[in-house]
Design a protein around this ligand. Structure first.
Ligand code: ATP
Length: 462
């Protein structure tokens, strides 16, 4: 399958089957905004739950929190976002299309000129034609701050107050460092985890849900002693990130690690590595991992006037912890799960499209069908089974069309098990259970069905 085809197929399946809809569609659409539909929100919630279980519940050293989207504006001065969170943009004077100048330069020359607008402009004028219209008429390269601004208290007689929608979730974590320390019994090394929306006014959004202006992040700030063996801790987090990507369904060969070269690192960072995935449009960032030293806590202490330190009672020492930051994009995780699950199989000369999600991520676990819609006794029995199963597993009842059509629909949703009630059921109280991946069918006693499903979903079946 051609890669572009795969992306197109995913986008169309997502719309057709209710995973992801283009945003504000009835108003003619709204660029780069998307709605997670009935199955998309199921998949998204399952990914969040998997992440929370793996990185918070299963770990003694990580606690969770949920902070506001709009924080005190000083937070972004302290973090450097107010002045430094810029992308370089350039417009084509001929067709008026806008581009990321650094991306154009990098594509044309392989050079990374981030932060050097004049040099970028020189390369553009000498070597780069507009990818849209083919002309070479560039404006100056300008810095563009990517934070969304909003106003508080905008009644006439009150001074307008400017605030930002957070461009990452991490800021909210750092400013609660002391509260968490004082309220939860955490001992260094420890982490604080958060899942939530972040907003960036991306100059060029696109590639479906890969680059959005409004997206969700799952982030951990992991605080360590300044003299800790940080490389070991860093590598453990990196392995955990790769493991999580594989739990989304990514194959090992579709993942790689990209270490940011020393000269490109922010001045405070000791090491930054991206976990990249091979999307249909090439290897690009999925997750990031950075050693941020004591930069954030030190700056928030400076800007807030509050001490943000850790007291080690055993060693009778007070210090500002260093931090390792594993960050995960939720929307990119969803995209990876969708791309990795998509399979086309030839079945008796016909193409079967099936989403082979890891079973724990599948938005629907079981579908129950009566063999025939117009046989009330079958429908009644199927409904009673559906009622029994649905409080334990996300379950759908379907009596539309024929069974073949229902299978096709559930395959595209990625439902691991389909249960069919037929005339034998009325005799011996057993049903047919069909496996999504093998398409094999087995007879299971109705009274054993919930346990059967449970053990097959979690892989503990005999
Ligand atoms: P990129 O280089 O792709 O712009 P970034 O390095 O700016 O990403 P980070 O600041 O490290 O990204 O953000 C952490 C994570 O948040 C990323 O690994 C990615 O999964 C996700 N993310 C960042 N920007 C977006 C976006 N515009 N849309 C969707 N997800 C995003």
């Amino acid at each position: 399958m051609e890669n572009n085809d795969l992306m197109e197929k995913i986008v169309s399946l997502c719309k057709r089957r209710g995973f992801v809809f283009p945003g504000s569609e009835i108003y003619g659409g709204f660029a780069n905004s998307y709605t997670y539909g009935p199955y998309g929100v199921g998949l998204k919630n399952n990914i969040k739950a998997l992440w929370w279980k793996k990185f918070v519940q299963d770990r003694e050293d990580v606690v969770g929190m949920d902070g506001p989207i709009i924080l005190h504006p000083r937070v972004w001065e302290a973090s450097g976002h107010a002045t430094g969170f810029n992308d370089a943009l350039v417009d084509c004077k001929n067709c008026k299309k806008r581009f990321r100048a650094d991306h154009l330069v990098e594509d044309a020359t392989g050079q990374d000129l981030e932060g050097k607008p004049e040099e970028m402009k020189k390369v553009l004028d000498e070597q780069v034609d507009c990818p849209n219209c083919g002309k070479r008429k560039w404006t100056e390269v300008r810095n563009f701050n990517m934070m969304f601004k909003t106003q508080l208290n905008t009644t006439d007689d009150e001074a307008e107050q400017m605030a930002y929608l957070r461009p990452e979730t991490a800021g909210a974590i750092f400013i609660e460092f002391k509260n968490v320390l004082d309220s939860a019994r955490v001992k260094i090394p420890f982490g604080i985890a958060q899942i939530g929306k972040a907003f960036r006014n991306e100059i060029v959004a696109g590639n479906f849900i890969f680059r959005l202006r409004e997206f969700e992040q799952m982030e951990i700030e992991y605080f360590i002693r300044p003299d800790a063996d940080w490389e070991k801790i860093f590598n453990e987090w990196l392995d955990a990130q790769v493991e999580f990507a594989m739990e989304l369904g990514a194959k090992k060969e579709s993942l790689r690690r990209y270490e940011h070269p020393k000269e490109k690192l922010s001045f405070y960072s000791k090491k930054t590595i991206d976990v990249e995935f091979n999307y249909p449009f090439g290897f690009k960032e999925l997750f990031g991992l950075a050693h941020r030293t004591d930069y954030d806590l030190t700056n928030h202490a400076k800007f807030s006037g509050q001490k943000l330190e850790y007291f080690d009672a055993e060693k009778n020492e007070r210090f500002v912890p260093h931090v390792i930051e594993p960050t995960f994009g939720l929307d990119r995780s969803i995209l990876v799960a969708l791309l990795s699950a998509y399979v086309e199989e030839d079945v008796n000369g016909e193409t079967r499209v099936v989403m082979k999600f890891p079973k724990n991520l599948a938005p629907v676990k079981v579908a129950v069908f009566p063999l025939l819609k117009n046989k009330p006794e079958l429908v009644k029995k199927a409904r009673s089974i559906y009622e029994k199963v649905k409080s334990r597993f996300v379950c759908e009842f379907d009596d539309n069309g024929n069974v073949g059509k229902r299978y096709r629909r559930q395959d595209e949703i990625g439902t691991p098990y389909c249960v069919t009630v037929d005339f034998d059921t009325l005799e011996d109280n057993t049903v047919t259970v069909r496996d999504r991946d093998t398409m094999e069918q087995v007879r299971v006693a109705v009274k054993e069905l919930p346990e059967w499903i449970d053990s097959h979903l979690n892989g503990s079946e005999k």
